[in-house]
Ligand binder design. Structure first.
Ligand code: UD1
Length: 373
């Protein structure tokens, strides 16, 4: 029996860990999963609603760390998790993605001599000003098992000197959740609720510090959106960080004058899936949404200068546009006027990544046991 301490903390962890936890629960003779929520995200709209929708069991422990500076958030998670690890005595700690909770949990675990499995290992934007890039590098440096979503991630890890036996190409587990939930998302009433049934519309999400923490940059993005929304409605579910900044910078009034910009609270998984999967174009600075639009063949403009997910550009529907207003306007025009290419789901983005992930953890555990005897 393998006791796995599975860690979630922020919204994007939930759609990645849901299929992994479900797969472990399908193997009760082999796995004893234990779920820790760090409490990095704590609002119902950022966390609670996803547990219900995605059928994630109630966390066994919530560390309740909440919002704080990076150092404080990371430190609080490490201190609290150390105690949980001492009490629960897991065999493995499983982390996903690139948020502060991912790195903090990986560090706490490895310092106690525990093996860490990293789901979504090996992605690199090569932009060290992004907190997520630091989280990726640190987590991968200490993980025992690096579970990668694409072949470029394998190359990144090999180039950094990671031993090949630690790397397993398993595919994209977010896409497991996407394919599983798509039929249920079709029952969402979000299009009716927003008055968009049968209409063409765009969807935008923004939360990166590099876009939302600077007044000029954020204002510039809305200059570009001003033009796009004259052509069709733009739905904008507002992340809590972004809402705070819009108010702080006095931009809330400015954007309320954009008649076809529709602001909503952060949406649940099914509503959001129904929304963007019916849109003409998505504008985003999220990592996961670049992948989800690629899997569904929806055109996506990424409002960043780089991506850690290059396969969404080379094989998918994504374009890296940056945050210059003129570039956003130009690329949006081109995307809305141009013929839509279907794109294709990259290798092993097939809905079965969680099976391969859980298989790989079992095999890695056998490898460790055989080393011990
Ligand atoms: C975090 C991740 C980011 C991920 C994003 C998804 C890091 C470094 N960043 O960014 O990679 O794409 O989550 O959402 O881990 N807040 C609330 N309620 C909440 C959570 C946050 O109001 O439930 C507000 C707080 O004011 C907080 C701010 O949002 O200060 C930022 O939250 P935080 O978790 O630090 O970073 P995100 O910007 O959400």
């Amino acid at each position: 029996m393998l006791k796995a301490l599975n860690i979630v903390g922020a919204r994007p962890n939930l759609m990645k860990m849901a299929p992994v936890i479900a797969e472990m629960r399908r193997r009760p003779d082999a796995f004893d999963p234990f779920l820790v929520h760090t409490g990095q995200h704590y609002d119902e709209s950022m966390s609670g609603s996803f547990f219900e929708e995605l059928g994630i069991p109630k966390p066994d422990v919530n560390l309740g760390v909440g919002s704080a500076s990076h150092a404080e958030q990371t430190g609080r998670i490490m201190i609290a998790l150390q105690q949980v690890i001492s009490d629960v005595k897991p065999d493995w700690v499983v982390v996903a993605g690139d948020v502060n909770s991912t790195m903090a949990a990986a560090l706490a675990a490895v310092k106690l001599g525990l093996p860490v499995a990293h789901v979504e290992a090996g992605l690199r934007s090569r932009d060290r000003t992004m907190p997520e890039e630091i989280n990726r590098i640190v987590t991968d440096a200490v993980a025992e098992l690096l579970l990668t979503p694409s072949r470029d991630a394998d190359s990144n890890l090999l180039n950094e000197g990671v031993s090949p036996e630690k790397i397993r190409f398993v595919g994209n587990v977010m896409i497991d959740t996407l394919y599983r939930e798509l039929p249920r998302a079709r029952g969402s009433k979000i299009l009716e609720r927003l008055g968009l049934e049968g209409s063409s519309f765009c969807v935008m999400t923004l939360h990166r510090p590099s876009n939302v923490d600077d007044k000029e940059t954020l204002g510039g993005i809305f200059d570009a959106i001003g033009e796009i929304q004259t052509r069709m409605p733009v739905v904008f579910p507002v992340h809590p960080r972004t809402r705070t900044r819009l108010e702080e910078f006095g931009l809330s009034k400015v954007i309320s004058r954009l008649g076809r910009l529709i602001l909503t609270e952060p949406l649940g998984y099914l509503d959001f899936l129904q929304l963007y999967s019916n849109s003409k174009l998505v504008l985003t600075d999220s990592g996961g949404i670049q992948e989800e639009t690629t899997a569904l063949g929806i055109p996506c403009l990424t409002l960043r200068d780089n991506t850690e997910r290059p396969i969404t550009v080379t094989e998918g529907t994504n374009r890296i546009v940056g945050n210059d207003p003129e570039a956003i306007r130009r690329e949006a025009r081109a995307a809305l006027d141009g013929a839509r290419s279907a794109g294709k789901a990259p290798e092993l983005w097939d809905g079965h990544a969680a099976v391969r992930i859980v298989d790989a953890i079992e095999e890695a555990q056998q490898r460790i046991r055989s080393r011990e005897v």
